[in-house]
Write a protein that binds this ligand. Structure first.
Ligand SMILES: [Zn+2]
Length: 323
């Protein structure tokens, strides 16, 4: 009976659609970031670590229902010429004046959006609005982690322009899911105060853009060493039989990148904790109540459950290759 229910996705482009680090990576990043915080913050974040981990993926879930959500996760810097893209003003108002808001949104706005989230988180600390602090902490962790992904800074984000469909999920989901638990090291020291958050965030997306060509070129180079039969393998995921990059290919590609995925993941953890810490410092280091996990209002709980429902409906459509 189960076999009858199995659906076969035979095109690599129909691999489960993921954004950013994939659900596994985003959750890991938020989870590990908590351990970089100073004791005064850790006492509050630790009891809420499950929420901050689980809700690391809310912004991606929202992409199925909120039209404005998509551009907040990336910026196609190659649309603005060559590195370091000096023709693109880093200041939002200057960029709007030069390119117009619609055009900026069409190519992604992640560095500017992180700044808005940082201001919201800082205000939540000032007001000691505990539900908002944990929600915004979970979400800013998502966006800054996305900013560390090279293919989130390039218009060829899924290899669609170079016949490398599926590379997005390979880099950000398949590699961490296969290797992070055993091979990645998250011992990172402590969160640091970021004196100039916009410069810090732009630096991260510029690094991502600079690495995008390497990510694409190495996948091509490693593919030459694998016949399609060895590059892909069928694997069951949540009741579906999907065509997946094989373990051998995934390991070879990761090795060719010389630890880039682990490095960007570690930097994402550090950046997440450092943004939380910076918001708290800028809010005047308020004393945070360490009274167990935060209680959410009925309305918040309803929003979480509706988000989950709409995501499940959208995600099912993706998995069955219905689009
Ligand atoms: Zn995302």
């Amino acid at each position: 009976m189960k076999k009858i229910l199995l659906l076969l996705c035979v095109i690599a482009g129909c691999l489960q659609l993921t954004f950013g680090w994939g659900f596994y990576g985003h959750k890991q990043i938020n989870h590990h970031a908590v351990f970089l915080l100073p004791p005064a913050m850790m006492a509050f974040y630790k009891p809420n670590i499950d929420f901050i981990t689980e809700h690391a993926v809310d912004p991606d879930k929202r992409r199925y229902t909120v039209r404005e959500e998509g551009p907040r996760h990336y910026i196609d810097l190659n649309r603005y010429g060559a590195y370091p893209f000096s023709g693109l003003p880093r200041n939002w108002n200057d960029a709007v004046e030069k390119f117009g808001e619609d055009s900026l949104k069409a190519h992604g706005i992640v560095p500017w959006w992180i700044h808005i989230m940082l201001q919201r988180l800082t205000n939540a600390f000032r007001e000691k609005n505990y539900p908002a602090i944990v929600k915004l902490s979970a979400e800013i962790g998502h966006y800054i982690a996305d900013a560390h992904v090279p293919l989130h800074a390039h218009s060829n984000y899924n290899g669609q322009q170079t016949n490398q469909h599926g590379i997005h999920g390979l880099w950000e989901s398949r590699i961490p899911e296969l290797l992070a638990a055993t091979d990645f090291d998250y011992l990172l020291g402590k969160a640091e105060y970021i004196s100039n958050p916009p410069t810090f965030v732009w630096q991260r997306v510029l690094e991502s853009a600079a690495a995008a060509d390497t990510v694409l070129e190495l996948e091509k180079a490693v593919s030459l060493r694998f016949s399609p039969d060895f590059k892909y393998a069928f694997e069951e995921r949540n009741g579906l039989l999907v065509r997946q990059y094989s373990g051998a290919f995934t390991i070879a590609y990761n090795a060719a990148m010389k630890g880039m995925v682990e490095r960007r993941m570690r930097q994402s953890v550090f950046a997440t904790a450092s943004l939380w810490y910076t918001a708290w410092i800028n809010a005047g280091q308020p004393a945070l109540e360490a009274a167990g996990s935060v209680r959410f209002s009925e309305e918040d709980i309803k929003i979480f459950s509706e988000l989950d429902k709409s995501w499940k409906a959208g995600n099912t459509a993706d998995r069955t290759c219905g689009n």
